[in-house]
Design a binder for this molecule. Structure first.
Ligand SMILES: C[C@@H](N)C(=O)N[C@H](C)C(=O)O
Ligand SMILES: [Zn+2]
Length: 175
């Protein structure tokens, strides 16, 4: 992916909703057309003082299964059902936010990444006007380049051609 993207691969650390590392490497992968589109989004954000902060891209199917099995039923809208697979498993979904270009600091959004609450909804009307404006800026730039937001998660975007790619379970070390 574009080397000027900032990475914060939470699933390679214990700082995630599973409270343990799920990946052995802090890396992010996407199918090439999705990665090219993402690089364009990143370039267009720079004059506005932001760059993309990537939390996750391709995710092996076995990790989706672990997430589903560990998540209580009440929160299952925030994880993909492994019976259908996640678009992350196809290398066609990305979890991301914005950071300030100048400081490299993550911006505040209406809710936290992977927060399992209504604050995560893309249409959540709470938070500050500034937080909502940044969330909506991210969404609008991503939509201009072929991504669509998941209504339950302001940070999750699917690339338009996801159906063309198969579900994979290859670990990062073998990619
Ligand atoms: C777990 C969360 N970051 C996520 O990606 N959720 C969607 C629904 C998914 O698992 O595909
Ligand atoms: Zn996601």
């Amino acid at each position: 992916m574009d080397p000027t993207l900032q990475l914060d691969i939470r699933y390679a650390t214990s700082s995630n909703f599973m409270h343990r590392p799920l990946y052995t490497q802090p890396r992010a992968f996407l199918q090439r057309p999705a990665a090219a589109a993402l690089a364009q989004v990143n370039q267009e954000l720079k004059p506005l003082g932001y760059k993309l902060l990537v939390f996750d891209g391709y995710r092996p199917w076995a990790i989706t299964k672990q997430m589903w099995d560990s998540t209580p039923d009440a929160n299952k809208e925030f994880v993909a059902n492994p019976q259908k697979g996640s678009r992350h498993n196809r290398g066609c979904a990305i979890d991301l936010s914005l950071c300030e270009l100048a400081s490299g600091k993550e911006v505040e959004m209406p809710g936290q990444y992977d927060e399992m609450s209504p604050r995560s909804y893309a249409a959540y009307a709470g938070g500050t006007a500034e937080q909502r404006a940044r969330r909506d800026l991210l969404r609008s730039k991503m939509e201009q380049h072929g991504f669509s937001v998941l209504e339950a998660e302001w940070w999750h975007f699917d690339y338009k051609d996801w159906k063309s790619y198969r579900i994979q379970n290859t670990p990062f070390e073998q990619l």
